[in-house]
Design a protein around this ligand. Structure first.
Ligand code: RET
Length: 247
């Protein structure tokens, strides 16, 4: 698609995602926050990979024709890599065990892969694919709202961040299947250009604010405050003993 409006929208999203990379890097460099405990290296992948995909899409790389509509393969590759991370990280913040994080990331990846199949298919197969992909979306929402809260309640200092990310993912992502139905892949109420512009916007909102929310709540990954207190106590005791000895 060589439409100027699409090129401008994609370039703006690439820039906005670059800002997201900056936010994660700032958090990784902070000496007050434990980058390992926050698993920030995984977060870095989210805006970086998406930003790169947007650059490639701006350059019209990786487009395939289905009937008379064009499908951006890098969009689905970006979603396949970054959406399991977005939803898996919510589970990590909740303190959920690995098996649940893997389950939600797996349901998400299947939702995207089957969604791509539905987009590339024609006729009834499109709608069968949509229904299956939608089913995985429901599973994902079920884990997000019924399973993760059980673990998050035990994790008071991360609870606020968990609620923010849970609702950000749970609500914003509902826009995607709705948009898909209205796009040329579904009933074509919205043109290919309009669809591309809206997706560029929601993709950006799904990622850069997400990492910013982690940044604003980064105190929950503070460098272990308990051992910092212990170190302080040790020093006080040493000084006291020296004072006694000097006397
Ligand atoms: C499709 C079509 C088939 C049905 C469903 C879909 C859901 C897609 C979602 C995508 C989320 C993307 C994000 C991207 C961030 O950059 C594949 C559109 C349910 C939920 C968050």
């Amino acid at each position: 698609m060589t439409d100027l409006a699409v090129t401008v929208s994609y370039s703006l999203s690439a820039l906005g995602l670059l800002a997201g990379v900056g936010v994660v890097l700032a958090m990784m460099r902070s000496s007050r926050v434990d980058s390992d405990r926050g698993k920030f290296a995984w977060l870095l992948v989210i805006p970086s990979f998406a930003g790169l995909s947007y650059v490639l899409m701006t350059l019209n790389i990786g487009i395939v024709e289905v009937g008379d509509t064009e499908v951006y393969l890098f969009r689905y590759l970006d979603w396949l890599v970054t959406t399991p991370l977005l939803v898996g990280y919510v589970g990590y913040v909740a303190g959920a065990p690995r098996k649940w994080i893997a389950a939600v990331a797996g349901a998400d990846a299947l939702m995207i892969a089957v969604g791509l199949g539905a987009t590339l298919a024609t006729g009834i197969a499109t709608w069968v694919g949509f229904a299956v992909s939608g089913g995985f979306h429901v599973v994902l929402l079920g884990v997000l709202y019924l399973v993760f809260p059980r673990f998050a309640r035990e994790n008071r200092e991360r609870y606020r961040l968990f609620k923010i990310l849970q609702n950000h993912v749970g609500l914003l992502w509902l826009a995607y299947p709705v948009l898909w139905i209205a796009s040329p892949a579904g009933f074509e109420y919205i043109s290919a250009v309009g669809t591309a512009m809206i997706i560029a916007y929601i993709d950006l909102v799904a990622k850069t604010p997400y990492v910013y929310f982690v940044y604003s709540e980064r105190a929950c990954f503070a460098v272990d405050p308990v051992s910092a207190d212990d170190a302080e106590t040790d020093r006080t005791i040493d000084t006291d003993e020296m004072t006694v000895a000097d006397d």
